[in-house]
Design a protein around this ligand. Structure first.
Ligand SMILES: CC(C)(COP(=O)(O)OP(=O)(O)OC[C@H]1O[C@@H](n2cnc3c(N)ncnc32)[C@H](O)[C@@H]1OP(=O)(O)O)[C@@H](O)C(=O)NCCC(=O)NCCS
Length: 173
């Protein structure tokens, strides 16, 4: 892991990482039943989360984990999808972004919240090695609570990763 005194010492707020991406869904985004393909939404989620992570780390970031994603209701061609991402956790080199997806029918103005996802990124240095990032600062009690929950999720993922690494070694034999 590479270290940088200036990035490690200063903290950055959750708000500084917040990003919105909007896209009109066209026929190219449809699945075989005519709704928007889940993969299109997943790509937007990953891009928005990565941008939130890059804003915080101010370096390239790669995805290392995506928590399960539930599709609450369909999104149709002609709708505008807006994805909002901001950080909820920053470790030494890893970050969790919470990503909310809202679909809007621009003809009626009706909006619905269709997904929430948590995605983990790692900041990389110029050699592709994990790079130290600034601490994440909560600005109010709600953000403090969000960060505490995110810390629990990340601790759980680390346990899972440990279990999976044992399984990978077994598969190699
Ligand atoms: C990112 C990468 C260089 C990290 O290398 P590594 O040897 O796993 O590094 P580490 O074990 O030091 O982990 C780095 C950080 O990521 C975290 N991390 C790694 N895998 C994780 C996972 N599955 N879930 C949660 N956190 C994870 C570690 O806990 C650590 O966090 P910390 O520094 O904040 O404590 C390497 O995993 C990689 O190249 N992965 C592929 C990334 C990619 O290509 N993504 C696109 C998908 S196609």
């Amino acid at each position: 892991m590479s270290d940088s005194v200036e990035t490690a010492a200063e903290g950055k707020t959750i708000e500084q990482s917040r990003i919105h991406l909007s896209q009109l869904m066209g026929p190219q985004d449809a699945n075989h039943v005519g709704n928007v393909h889940g993969g299109v939404i997943m790509k937007m989620v990953d891009e928005a989360g990565a941008l939130a992570a890059m804003r915080h780390a101010q370096s390239l970031c790669v995805t290392v984990a995506i928590d399960s994603m539930t599709f609450i209701e369909p999104i149709y061609v002609g709708y505008v999808v807006t994805v909002e991402a901001s950080l909820t956790y920053a470790g030494k080199t890893s970050m969790e972004a919470r990503v909310e997806v809202v679909a809007e029918n621009p003809l009626t103005g009706d909006k619905s919240h269709t997904n929430t996802a948590y995605v983990v990124y790692v900041a990389l240095d110029g050699q592709g090695k994990p790079r130290r990032i600034p601490p994440l600062l909560a600005s109010n009690p709600e953000e403090e609570a969000d960060m505490a929950e995110a810390q629990e999720r990340q601790a759980y993922r680390k346990q899972q990763r440990q279990r999976e690494s044992t399984r990978r070694i077994r598969l190699k034999r």
